[in-house]
Design a protein around this ligand. Structure first.
Ligand SMILES: Cc1cc2nc3c(=O)[nH]c(=O)nc-3n(C[C@H](O)[C@H](O)[C@H](O)COP(=O)(O)OP(=O)(O)OC[C@H]3O[C@@H](n4cnc5c(N)ncnc54)[C@H](O)[C@@H]3O)c2cc1C
Length: 398
């Protein structure tokens, strides 16, 4: 099946609205939200009012019906001023896209379109019991009449305690094996959801804390796809959009840190020599090396995002480029860390103060841990390189 109507490029007006929301709201709130670990709800509302939280949604469900190229560009621009909001945005668009791809018309009406498209979604997959193997759940849903009951202990969920809906991954009731997975859309107001406070090194505003679902009742109409379809949803729904979005946020963080470093090093002047920091060749070497790293990301991002659009248009699984997307995530995470460190080096004590540069340095560390962690991801890439299967679900697993 081909999807000829999918993926228009966003026009100049849409980008003007995006930039206005970023400049007037996201940028303005970033430092305060970080300091107060305050969830960036106003930022998401501003992005939603600009239409961009529905970037991949069909027009009939209130979306912009735009391409993955536009989604990735938006994630990068948001990440450039605030990684926390960038991650909340990516998890939301990813959750919505999973509904776009696998949801029913009724689900799209209720979760994507209602409340003027302002409902905030997120992914809830990682479990305490299996750590960084976020695709692998030990939790299992049960049946209660026509409904399901979800019991799960999720170790991290961005926007936990804040989201209007959670796209939750767990095993099918009576699962026949570890890959017998089902997804649910869980209403954030359901009784039995307990979220823990979020207190971490960076991305302090994005509330990525632990969350428990205790006998949370989910009606059948909120099962996403079929029982047992979860493995396909992980590969073709959750992963591609998440990986391109995540890498794009980290590219944005790198760009933001470099811009802040350039601004300070060109502005600050040593009065004894009457030279700015950027007049020193050693400083320019550092900035130049960082610039080269940052510029590796944009063409790669556009190429991969364009491939995601082409695969979708051709009706082919987007997981065909899972490994290249993983490579992009790894590189973007490393570039964000290197460039943020450079920004701290060249701005000295100024950069070390509370503010955008030290925030980028702290935020970028999350990039390494977020699934697939760079360690796990490099193993996937190496396996693909030497012709071994990924074996996410393996013989002998519980
Ligand atoms: C800021 C932030 C936001 C997040 N948001 C979400 C979210 O919205 N939804 C969600 O579901 N999850 C989310 N996560 C969870 C994330 O995707 C990972 O699943 C989680 O960080 C893994 O936990 P861990 O590092 O404690 O795992 P551990 O498994 O304890 O990993 C510890 C170390 O071991 C390494 N390791 C683990 N397994 C292997 C292996 N097989 N081979 C080699 N090395 C290995 C890891 O790379 C890491 O270095 C988030 C995490 C963070 C930090």
């Amino acid at each position: 099946m081909t999807n000829d109507n999918f993926a228009h490029r966003a026009d100049d007006d849409a980008y003007a609205r995006l930039d206005a929301a970023i400049d007037a709201t996201v940028k303005v709130n970033a430092d305060r939200n970080d300091k107060e670990s305050r969830f960036p709800r106003e930022n998401l509302h501003a992005l939603s009012d600009a239409g961009w939280t529905g970037v991949l949604n069909e027009v009939q469900f209130g979306g912009l019906d735009c391409s993955h190229i536009d989604f990735a560009e938006a994630a990068c621009r948001i990440g450039q001023v605030d990684a926390s909001t960038g991650l909340v945005y990516v998890m939301h668009v990813g959750a919505a896209q999973t509904i776009n791809l696998f949801g029913s018309t009724d689900q799209k009406e209720r979760w994507l379109k209602s409340n003027n498209g302002r409902l905030l979604g997120t992914y809830s997959t990682s479990e305490r019991a299996t750590g960084g193997h976020w695709w692998y759940n030990l939790s299992e849903a049960s049946r209660d009449g026509e409904d399901y009951l979800v019991n799960a202990e999720k170790s991290f969920t961005t926007s936990s305690g804040q989201a209007d809906y959670y796209v939750v991954q767990t095993r099918t009731p009576g699962a026949k094996d570890q890959a017998d997975i089902v997804f649910f859309i869980v209403d954030g107001t359901s009784p039995g959801i307990e979220s823990r406070p979020w207190d971490a090194l960076g991305v302090k505003a994005n509330h990525s804390g632990a969350i428990r679902y205790i006998n949370v009742r989910v009606p059948q109409r909120d099962r996403l796809g079929a029982e047992g379809q979860g493995k396909e949803i992980i590969y073709d729904g959750v992963s591609p959009v998440y990986l391109i979005g995540l890498g794009s946020v980290w590219e944005g963080v790198a760009r933001g840190a470099l811009n802040a470093a350039v601004a300070h090093t060109t502005r600050f002047v040593h009065r004894d020599r009457n030279k700015s920091l950027s007049d020193y060749q050693a400083i320019r070497q550092e900035l130049g090396a960082a610039k080269v790293l940052v510029e590796t990301l944009r063409p790669w991002r556009n190429e991969l995002a364009g491939q995601l659009d082409a695969l979708w248009r051709a009706g082919r699984p987007q997981s065909e480029i899972l490994i290249p997307l993983t490579e992009f995530k790894v590189h973007a995470a490393e570039v964000a860390n290197k460039v943020a460190a450079t920004a701290l080096t060249v701005t000295g004590g100024y950069g070390y103060h509370r503010g955008p540069i030290e925030r980028a340095f702290r935020d970028a560390r999350a990039a390494i841990a977020m699934g697939p962690s760079n360690v796990i991801a490099r193993d996937w890439i190496g396996k693909a390189l030497v012709g071994l299967p990924l074996e996410l679900f393996y013989e002998g697993g519980e």
